[in-house]
Design a protein around this ligand. Sequence first.
Ligand code: C2E
Ligand code: MG
Ligand code: MG
Ligand code: MG
Length: 286
Amino acid sequence: KDVNELGAKHNIYNQNMKLRFWQSAEMMRSFSSALANREFIVYYQPKVTLSSGDVVGVEALVRWQKKDGKIIPPNDFIPQFEQTGAIIKLDFYVYEEVLKQIRNWVELGLDIVPVSINLSRCHAENKNLYDEIMGLTKKYNIAPKYIEFEITESAFTHNAQYLIEVLTKFREYGFNISMDDFGAGYSFLNALYEIPVNILKLDKGFLKPSEVSAKQREIIKQVVVLAKNIDLNIVCEGVETKEQAEFLLGIGCDMAQGYFYAKPMPLEDLKHYLNNQKVKQQLSKS
Ligand code: C2E
Ligand code: MG
Ligand code: MG
Ligand code: MG
């Protein structure tokens, strides 16, 4: 009986493996056709200075818009894309979409909003990272000061030396590099001097509990002080309330991103959002 049970379990295990294999094969097929059909769309979330609320940049955040119009959030497909390596292609696709957009702003003579692009930890194994990014940047002839690459600490758990070399070249060229989700789980303090970043993005988890404890406040405060003392800009993500914004302003945090200011939005909405901001500024001046 026991043997039979074991055999049955083994079968289920095998079936699960097969299922997973087919699911990921299926996933890759649908990825390729989605890419060809331009089903991946870029949303933009404003990043503001805490003191004035002025927009200082936007973060590009990908969505998958299926043929039926349904929009799939990145957390529902990026983990699979990271397993199969498809994420590398997707990141370059998103970067190219962003470059086209900036070129468009340049051509229309509009103000240029700096854009942040997320780079997956998979790029630690991508030997083409430097060439591909430089090739695209030159193709669209965009100044590096308008571009920021966001990368999480978890990217540095292997091949760290390789990634550090590439990012160092990016910094030298003039791109901004930020450490995304800082403090979320893999934090190691030597990251702050070994990895060539010039911006820290404090993970939204820090602000999560509605009653942020005195201890948490102190930690956020000291991270902000530390960042400033070593000349890093600091952005706090996940700001949802006025109280959080006031607290962050009070401890000297420079910039913030979060639903309190704006959610990620499609390009059309971003245009309106930026126009309204301008009107607000003019009204407050007059
Ligand atoms: P992330 O890079 O940390 O991006 C910030 C995430 O926080 C976004 O989720 C954003 O919508 C969300 N967020 C912003 N403000 C608030 C807030 O006030 N409250 C809450 N609860 N959430 C807020 P989103 O757009 O669902 O993206 C999730 C993650 O997917 C991103 O986290 C990023 O790691 C990844 N991702 C998105 N686009 C790309 C991409 O083009 N390439 C790669 N490699 N990863 C991407
Ligand atoms: Mg990010
Ligand atoms: Mg990220
Ligand atoms: Mg983040």
